[in-house]
Design a protein around this ligand. Sequence first.
Ligand SMILES: [Zn+2]
Ligand SMILES: [Zn+2]
Length: 405
Amino acid sequence: MHSIIENIGLQFGPGAAWLLTSTMIFLRFAIPTSLAFLLVYKWKRKEWFAWKIQQRFPKSAQIRQEISYSLLTSLLFGGMALGVFFLRKMGYGQLYFEVAEYGWVYWVFSLAFLIVAHDTYFYWMHRLMHHPKLYRRFHLVHHKSTNPTPYTSFSFHPLESVLEFAIIPVLTLVLPVHAAAFFLFTLWSILFNVLGHTGYEISPSGFTRHRLFKWLNTPTHHNMHHHQARFNYGLYFNFWDRVMGTNHPEYDQYFEEVVERTGKTPQSKSPVPLRQQITKAAAMVAFLLCSSVASGQMSLDDIKEGNYGTPEYRTQQVDSLMRLGLALRQDQLPKVHDINLRSAKRVEEEVITPKLSDWSKYRRLSKIQNDKDKEMKAVLNATQFEKYAVKRDELFWKGIQDFFF
Ligand SMILES: [Zn+2]
Ligand SMILES: [Zn+2]
């Protein structure tokens, strides 16, 4: 292949050689990426939905942007590869082709060293990229993909592509690396990156707590980084994030939540739509009312007038509503969006403090919920709001179940 590039370069000029190298690099990225994409986003889209880390699919505009940036990145990587190639021709660079030159032990060491060195370099460069100024100017391109796909793995601002991967050609200039070890390293890097961006989790439960495996990053780890643009900066290993305390505090827990979904029955693989939940809840309310009437707890006139139940019965309802309110306050609000403490306070003031005493208060609670949704919509972005809404609905459903059973 080297001589082909050289011949093309000699015959058609360096531009043609650059284009050829870039095309090769792009194809090496695009083939596994597109296969992964077709498999999980097209062919097995429904079947494997339970394995999807974020329970929704990204918009096609995001994917188009990722592919455009990947083409740009490939051109830059092609330039870098060609640079290394010509430097080597000029007598610089340490790429070698005979294993016997340094032996097998060194061969294995050099491969391991490339991986560890790149991991370390990437972690620190990535953290630097999260500096507000650099983030807005460069790293935001990669973070536009809040719900990453395999194509996200090459989707960087051109300058960032060069910075994040520059260490590799530089290393081959100073460290003797066998061509096959170098090839394996790039293969590992591409596959790990693609897997980390697929948006699907395949590791088994307990992986992130295992003595050995916990040191390896999972797709969920990097997915959380894309979703929240905070924590989890590492690339291959979960070493620097652990040492520097930058792992997401709920990483293990969230990972288990994701993995747990895959073990459930097909029916529960996709989230229950809100409309269905409301229908179920309404059916239960009707059932409750009918059974209350039948058991003599309230008369039809009571229902017409809005007197839903005996005082003892209402106390029970109030307790459950209090629990629902408390759950809203304690579990949902701080976890889903730590930014909106004002709403948490409002739920506390309006739901908990006034001591709910009857169904009109329950209606007030739903009004508060609606108002809160409006507020949330104003302060959260679409992704955050969706996450908040899913949690709210889960909690609503749980509250209803607690309430009636
Ligand atoms: Zn990423
Ligand atoms: Zn980042």
